[in-house]
Design a protein around this ligand. Structure first.
Ligand code: URA
Length: 297
């Protein structure tokens, strides 16, 4: 009974009966889990997971997913930096990354929400504007403590003008629900690039850099307590560094004062079902960071 709601959520995420929290694991955050991956078919699609086609389930791992490393359960709280207070400096956004047009970056860094969204919609700064139906600025609570950053719009997002509304978005919603969050409620969702890359290809580094002033301004306006990078392109956009997700899990990066947690992109998880358990660990890890911070604030 106690776990009924969580089980329902995990089932929605395609995980039940994959995960069972151990006794005392109601918090979920630093709990070891027993994993018995299920063999439900996975929705698969192109890079950003918008296609609805089904693929056969991937082979099941023979070993259970290992317990969360104890190091992960012991992140020193000094690594948690409080949410910046007061007005964010417009200059800071453009300092980190020069998209080759500092004047443009400086202009974007001073925009309010309306100006920013209008500018994104009218943007012609890189080749991605040529094939898009519409640009996709971002969605959610503009004062959110949690900000999730994906890669770029897929076909459905391009059509509807909202991030993560296709198959990957459904999984993202389930991932949010699994840690007690909901799109639009204390959650803001944006992408590294605001226009759909043709054929859902991965955005190129120069496209991410050109779009970066927009993401930087969104982050400055939202001032989240934690940033979650969904996949490598998002990590590149947030951290200005090429990282491996597998090697970076369980670590706290920082973008200025804001902690950044990296995890797998939902579209990747649709194709690699066994890694959903790791993504849940990562989200629980981020949630624990938030709780530890809140307890000490
Ligand atoms: N994948 C992304 O990275 N972003 C979206 O908005 C949709 C799918």
């Amino acid at each position: 009974m106690r776990y009924a709601r969580r089980d329902a959520v995990l089932r929605e995420m395609g995980l039940a009966p994959v995960w069972r929290l151990r006794a005392g694991g109601e918090d979920g955050a630093a709990e070891a889990i027993d994993v018995m991956p299920e063999s439900a078919p996975v929705a698969a699609g192109p890079d950003r997971g918008n296609a609805q086609a089904s693929l056969p389930a991937p082979p099941l791992p023979t070993e259970p997913v290992p317990e969360m490393r104890s190091a992960r359960a012991a992140i020193p709280v000094r690594d948690l930096i409080p949410r910046p207070s007061g007005a964010a400096s417009p200059a800071a956004a453009s300092e980190r990354r020069d998209d080759g047009d500092p004047a443009r970056a400086g202009r974007i860094a001073r925009m309010d929400w309306d100006e920013l969204e209008n500018d994104i919609r009218a943007c012609g700064a890189c080749r991605l504007c040529e094939k898009r139906r519409q640009a996709v600025p971002g969605v959610g609570d503009r004062r959110a403590e949690w900000m999730f950053v994906g890669e770029g719009p897929g076909s459905e997002e391009d059509q509807r003008g909202e991030p993560f509304v296709g198959a990957a978005g459904k999984l993202l919603d389930a991932m949010l629900a699994a840690i007690g969050l909901k799109r639009g409620e204390n959650v803001y969702i944006a992408n590294a690039v605001k226009c759909r890359p043709p054929h859902n290809r991965t955005p190129q580094a120069d496209e991410i850099a050109t779009c970066h002033p927009y993401l930087a301004r969104q982050i400055e306006l939202v001032r989240p307590r934690v940033l979650i990078a969904l996949g490598r392109p998002a990590a590149l956009a947030l951290l200005d560094a090429e990282i491996s997700i597998g090697a970076s899990r369980g670590r706290v990066f920082h973008r200025g004062d804001t902690p950044v947690v990296v995890t797998y992109h939902p579209a990747y998880l649709l194709r690699n079902q066994a890694d959903k358990a790791k993504a849940w660990e990562d989200l629980c890890f981020a949630r624990r960071l938030m709780r530890e911070f809140a307890e000490r604030a």
